[in-house]
Write a protein of this length. Sequence first.
Length: 164
Amino acid sequence: MVDCPTNHEYAKLKPPVNLKPVTLIGRFVTLEPIDIRHAAELFEIMKDEEVCRYLRWSPPAALNETIAMIDEAKQLMARHESIVFAQDWNETGECIGSTRLLDVRPADRQVEIGSTFLARAFWRTPLRSWCPASRRSASMRRSPSCQIMQRTTRKNPNRLGSHD
């Protein structure tokens, strides 16, 4: 009989998940670590309550609230609890939304993709399908044995972009 390691012991044998924020350049957008310079554009996007409808936070009422959200995101990244990206439209360089890797569990080699929002002008475009695939692909290249979870909550049974 062969003595097989348990899942927990097996996880210890693998190299750790790399949680260093990187810039991912794709066909339509560039995903880059969120920064204060994205605040004004993100604030304008989040003024649209429908954009924030399924997020766990309410739309910010002022620019300083958006700055505080970005500061909180940067703290999460510093603690290696999340990677928060701004989504910049390659054609213009404008910030058009945000997305993140969250529920980071290095011992299980798992992350979850979520808290994604896009400016309404980019709903129902090829961008919506491209973004999750690009994040999964980039995560797998950086850590091939990492499990990527993408969940839809009961609060948001539809995919983003299916709104009319």
